[in-house]
Ligand binder design. Structure first.
Ligand SMILES: [Fe+2]
Length: 372
């Protein structure tokens, strides 16, 4: 819309009179004189358009036939600049086709010369009232749109709060160091951004990142927290957590699109993962991303030492397993995200909100090349 170009002006309406006959311009200016209008005049359409483009006008009264640019062309161009501008055409010799064209171009009125004073004044008032209503309607619509956007944002925030609460409850049962889920989420988003994913896919990565291990709710404590190595039977129980997690996530319309990522986060590129042993791109992209970033965080945080050395070793491990355990494209994308420094400068609103919310709980090492 073109409203911003011509913000409403306080004071009397601005009237632009356009006619190649000086006598008519004078008569019209006299009719509207007296302080109710701020009047400008132009001798043809071209001059009028220049004035309109520079200063705007609330209402244009224009002759139909003029040298350089006639009334119909002026009408078309004025409406292109401000489609709420009031416009009245005046003519001494109009054809029916011209009148129809004027209405098609949304002229407010089409008056025949010689006009009478009351007719012009009433027509101008009516046209200005129409403009006022149009503008009011637009601003009302904008107000509504802003309100809807604000409520959508509030819903998203509530949704994120819910996700974080659930994610933290799950993580609290696990032996992981705190902040694993948030870090994995930020890593996943960084890798996803480097892969060029759109907002919807990044949002799914956020959900996957936070909820990928939610299925551990179904794994008994004595297995989940067992310090030693798991027996084969215990392993098979543990390995059900992606299935349980995906089933939980699938039940929610909000979360459903993230289910494939949850389901596949322990699959391996070479087919040696679980629960299905899928290979390559049979595994959802979210699952492939999560596999990389989940392993990376586990490696970094379970090393006896921390910091740059752990980071560097974890990176080397990813490279070593690229093409076997991990999707090489995802490894490359994550590497470039690490090189660029984390967290990624997320451009999308959803991810930005998440970063703001979890940012406080999470301490990500800056891992640009200079720090390695
Ligand atoms: Fe897992």
């Amino acid at each position: 819309m073109t409203l911003e170009l011509f913000p409403p002006q306080a004071g009397p309406p601005r009237l632009l009179i356009v006619d190649d006959e000086p006598g008519i311009r004078r008569v019209l200016a006299d009719i509207f004189a007296g302080g109710d209008y701020v009047i400008a005049t132009a001798e043809n359409g071209r001059v009028a358009l220049e004035h309109f483009a520079a200063e705007g006008a609330d209402i244009v009264l224009a002759d139909l036939m003029m040298p350089e640019m006639g009334g119909l062309e002026l009408l078309r161009r004025v409406k292109a600049l401000d489609d709420t501008a009031a416009f009245i055409l005046l003519t001494g010799a109009g054809t029916m086709e011209q009148a129809v064209e004027a209405l098609r171009l949304q002229a407010d009125d089409y008056l025949l010369k010689p006009f009478n004073v009351d007719e012009v004044v009433i027509s101008a008032r009516r046209a200005l009232e129409h403009r006022r209503l149009l503008r009011e309607n637009r601003s009302y619509q904008r107000g509504l749109e802003a309100r809807v956007a604000e409520q959508a944002q509030q819903l998203e925030n509530l949704f994120l709060d819910g996700l974080l609460t659930i994610a933290n409850a799950v993580e609290a049962r696990d032996a992981y160091t705190g902040g694993h889920l948030e870090r994995v989420t930020l890593y996943a988003v960084a890798a996803g951004s480097a892969l060029g994913l759109g907002e919807d896919e990044l949002r799914d990565l956020v959900v996957c990142g936070l909820l990928h291990d939610i299925g551990k709710i179904g794994v008994p404590d004595h297995i989940l927290r067992k310090p030693g190595e798991l027996t084969e039977e215990e392993k098979s129980v543990m390995r059900r957590h992606p299935l349980i997690g995906a089933a939980i996530v699938e039940r929610s319309a909000f979360l459903r699109s993230a289910a494939p990522g949850v389901l596949h986060h322990h699959e391996r590129w070479d087919g040696r993962g679980y629960p299905f042993g899928l290979t390559g791109t049979e595994i959802s992209l979210a699952g492939r991303v999560l596999a990389v970033v989940d392993a990376f965080d586990a490696m970094v945080t379970t090393r006896p030492y921390r910091g740059a050395r752990a980071m560097e070793e974890a990176r080397e491990e990813l490279e070593r397993c690229s093409g076997s355990q991990f999707d090489p494209q995802v490894v490359a994308a994550f590497r470039s995200a690490l090189d660029a420094g984390l967290p990624a400068p997320a451009e999308t609103r959803y991810v930005r909100v998440l970063l703001e919310r979890v940012g406080a709980n999470v301490k990500l090492a800056r891992t640009g090349p200079a720090s390695l």
